[in-house]
Ligand binder design. Sequence first.
Ligand SMILES: Cc1cc2nc3c(=O)[nH]c(=O)nc-3n(C[C@H](O)[C@H](O)[C@H](O)COP(=O)(O)OP(=O)(O)OC[C@H]3O[C@@H](n4cnc5c(N)ncnc54)[C@H](O)[C@@H]3O)c2cc1C
Length: 906
Amino acid sequence: MTLKEHELESLKNLLPKGQVFTDRASLFSYEVDAGLDRGMPEGIVFPNSTQDVQRIVRWAAEHAVPLIARGAGTGLSGGAVAEQGGIIVEFSRMKHILDIDEHGRSAVVEPAVINLALDEQVKLKDLYFPPDPASQRASTIGGNVAENSGGPHCFKYGVTTNYVVGLEVVLADGRIVHIGGRALDYPAYDLCGLITGSEGMLALMTTIAVRLVRNPPAVKTMLAVFDSVEQAGIAVSAIIAAGLVPATMEMMDQKIIRIVEPFAHAGLPTDAQAILIIEVDGYPASLDSQIAEVVHILQTHGGRDLRIASTAEERNQIWFARKSAAGAITRLAPAYYTVDITVPRSRLTEMLFEVNQICDRYDLRVGYVFHAGDGNLHPLIMIPNPEDTHLIERVHRAGREMVELAVGKEGSISGEHGIGIEKRQYMPLMFNDAELAALWDIKQTFDPNNLLNPGKVFPLPTGDAALGTRRGGSGVDEGWGRLRRPGEVGHSVGEQDEGDASVPATLNPTLAPTGHGLLSPSSAQEAAEALSSATKAHRSVYISNSLEVPAKDTATTILSTAALKGIKTYAPNDLYVTVGAGTTLTEIQAFLASERRQVPLATPWPEATIGGLVAANINAPLRMRYGSIRDLVLCATVALADGRVLRLGRPVIKNVAGYDLTKLFIGSHGTLGLITDVTLKLVVQPRTQRTLIVPVENLRYGLTWTRKLLPLALVASAIVLCKDCDIPGVSSSPYMLAYTAEGVPEDVQAELEQVRQTLRAVGGPAPIELEGHSGTDIWARFLGNFPNSVKVRAGVAPKDIAAYVNDQAMTLNERAFLADMANGFVYAIKKPGNGDDEAKEQRAWLKKLRQPALALEGYAVVIDMPAAWQGSIDRWGYQPQAIDLMRKLKARWDPEGILNQGAFIV
Ligand SMILES: Cc1cc2nc3c(=O)[nH]c(=O)nc-3n(C[C@H](O)[C@H](O)[C@H](O)COP(=O)(O)OP(=O)(O)OC[C@H]3O[C@@H](n4cnc5c(N)ncnc54)[C@H](O)[C@@H]3O)c2cc1C
């Protein structure tokens, strides 16, 4: 597209002088990102503020001009390239760190803050922002969030999405909305999780709130040499099997070592077939024993010439070498192509073998860097002559074969670099038409006029797969416009997908809801058929984990997950387990316990199924150590009300192919679809778990002490303060403070010693040490008690929790409460009221907790109540700013609104 004269003029007048550029030199410098694709923009705008961005979006909407957000332009998949023309929104002037909150461990930044700059600033406060892409010296937090970037420390700490809690965005219609915030688990669809990794196609981010963790006090880095990459891969698996969690496990093969060493001079052994870089972190007391154990495993599996960095300088040298792979290659060839694929980590070595064969077949020179702990593989293919079209053709053919291999091994077409232009033609390898249509539903919900970064992620309708040569393609809209959703007249997805098991072709008559009924499908397909029938019959469906049908309700079909039960796949080496949604957490933990593994989740209700837990998104205090449900669900299968079955995600830690739909179902209360199975991340059971119990006579003291203890948490898995909680064998004080730490014994001891010292310093009492009863157990017992009571969960930013508890002490003290201090939650129990006035009392009590929580940009929701009170209390009392988007999305996937009516805010 080309801007008309009057459009150019109005663009120039949109923002003050120096913020809009349309001259050719400027346009040329924005023609590419760090990938191979090109596209000439028609203007560059430099917003200084959210209001500037809003002005730009409104202008673009009025003139139907595409907008392409840009951070540092280090993206490798063409995400920031103006392929269809339009305006680059260059965020570089929005680069301020707005807040670093030490106590609540969070930061708020503008999008163009450089990743390393944020990490350096938070480290000054003893905090750590773990996502660390190799490009961290240049790439921006906005770009990292848009791509859901990973980095070498993902094995232990996860990827960017695990740290993003809130966003301020400008939507395609020009509205400024806040999504999520600094509290956790807002009662809303997780649009923050959805926008993270959406490659600038759903909204422009103007402010980002991230979670931080404590900076590990000590770290040790080592390097080991192997005679083959297979051996190195086996050593990585053995470390995982032993239950060790190094901060990072990176591998380089001989080819890349020989390229990097002459550049980095880090002393890498150029005769090694492969090297592993392993880093462990924790308290100084634990590092020697952690390293000793790693060394033993490495040596048992053929590791030799072990080199442990003894100074920060040596450590930096090793990392400089690892992060210099790209720079070193450019000395040998003017261009290179970075392949980014992920497979379950146990398949990495076989993958490497096959990738090598591909490169040999196409006569390509290649070196490898791997995030071995994550199964993420980067073949770096050298391009000595970028003008050689035959060579480029060979490179892309080889790239495609590698991607196909990864998909065939349950992996992803992109682990961390995104789809953009580069990989959009590969999307059908990973997603069927029903799934692609579901992704397109998201785009349509957010950006119906396809204004934001058009043409990315979705495959072109033609066979135009020649990478790096496309310009001005507009076929995406036409192609996706043609794809009709089930139920629409004409060529349906079902018809296109002949023989595809994920789309119902016929309806199973035994499952068709006729009148009052209970259905118990045993597969996703059966569930989809039942839902599709119900949609056609306009019949409401309630998802339940039981086989009981409420006696009076004849208008609603109960869809039970009781038959969707059992462990489907247990993959200890890849650290995941796939289970049917109707399996109880108790059953899953019992199965895993015999293997010394667990999913780090807990529930107060023994009958709770995993499907129910995921849909309700109720997280125990131990999330502070292992992450929450949204961090632990790797993938899921869901049946939509319109009859589609979607397989969401893959069983790998790193996967950025398409929008992250899995997040939407977590906390959706069954209103978007039926979850039929989930794949959960596993952890090895901690070697030690200890809890210090501190009796507290005066709530104020308890809050002050907790505030002093929070910054210590490195291996803590719960810090709770409660009134009237029942701890076996501990004589009761009005309040109790419990601090649990778990992990390797030296870390646990070191942390609990710090807790004791801190308590002594503030004049607190000597704590009692317990083994085998954690803060999470106390939480579960607390919520499992008090039958027939109203139970409320208030969520505020962790920095505000002490003030909230203090200010609402009178209301909280009426009966009992438990504050999960690290995560910003307080659970309160209502005292039974008096007869007729009970309902009024309940509402007044709830209001006293809710209004101050809302004033702190949090919320207070009812998580349990006696059946008699259903309907008389507003459970949610919360209206997200993007509720309209939630409703639009629901209408696309559940067009008749049959699912779990009244169960959530939509
Ligand atoms: C040498 C090298 C090493 C790399 N190593 C890694 C690595 O280890 N791990 C990894 O994950 N990636 C890596 N990358 C890829 C790249 O650095 C990341 O994808 C990074 O997150 C991009 O950030 P950026 O600021 O450069 O974003 P850009 O490239 O400018 O943009 C990336 C995407 O984000 C969108 N975007 C940017 N800002 C916003 C905003 N404010 N709102 C909405 N959308 C926005 C853009 O439209 C685009 O789609 C590497 C790249 C290079 C060149």
